[in-house]
Write a protein of this length. Structure first.
Length: 142
């Protein structure tokens, strides 16, 4: 892939960061790989060597893991940003990590907001169930 400049560079960066963020988030947070993550968390705390603890820790931290996913994307796509040599690969790698982590931060915030809304709805439904015969002006629906 030739070095990208202008809007092409921004578009490719935004698009390539999506799979980086998705894979990093899935491995480090989602239920589908919970057992692997729990094993890695235990190993990161209990392994004898520092190298083993650090290796297993990578699978529990979305920021850390995104570096490896982004490196795989750079190698797999031959992605270069601004320069056509190894420097463009390094710039592209760190840029992908940065944008992917912005995506993951937005997604984490969105999940918190959705969970908060669900809890508010459940609390309101519970309040209505507790006092179903109360006049509407006495029900707590706020």
């Amino acid at each position: 892939m030739a070095p990208l400049t202008g809007m092409d560079a921004i578009l490719w960066l935004a698009l390539l960061a999506l799979p980086v963020a998705t894979v990093a988030w899935t491995v480090t947070h989602e239920e589908i790989v919970r057992e692997l993550r729990e094993h890695c968390r235990a190993q990161s705390e209990q392994a004898r060597s520092v190298a083993a603890r650090k290796f297993f820790y990578v699978f529990t931290c979305e920021y850390c893991f995104s570096h490896y996913v982004a490196a795989a994307v750079v190698v797999g796509t031959r992605y270069r940003l601004l320069l056509d040599d190894w420097r463009g690969a390094v710039i592209g790698w760190f840029a992908l990590v940065a944008v992917a982590n912005v995506y993951m931060s937005f997604y984490a915030r969105l999940r918190v907001d959705i969970k908060s809304e669900r809890l508010d709805v459940a609390r309101k439904e519970q309040a209505v169930e507790v006092a179903p015969d109360a006049p509407p002006h006495q029900k707590d629906v706020s």
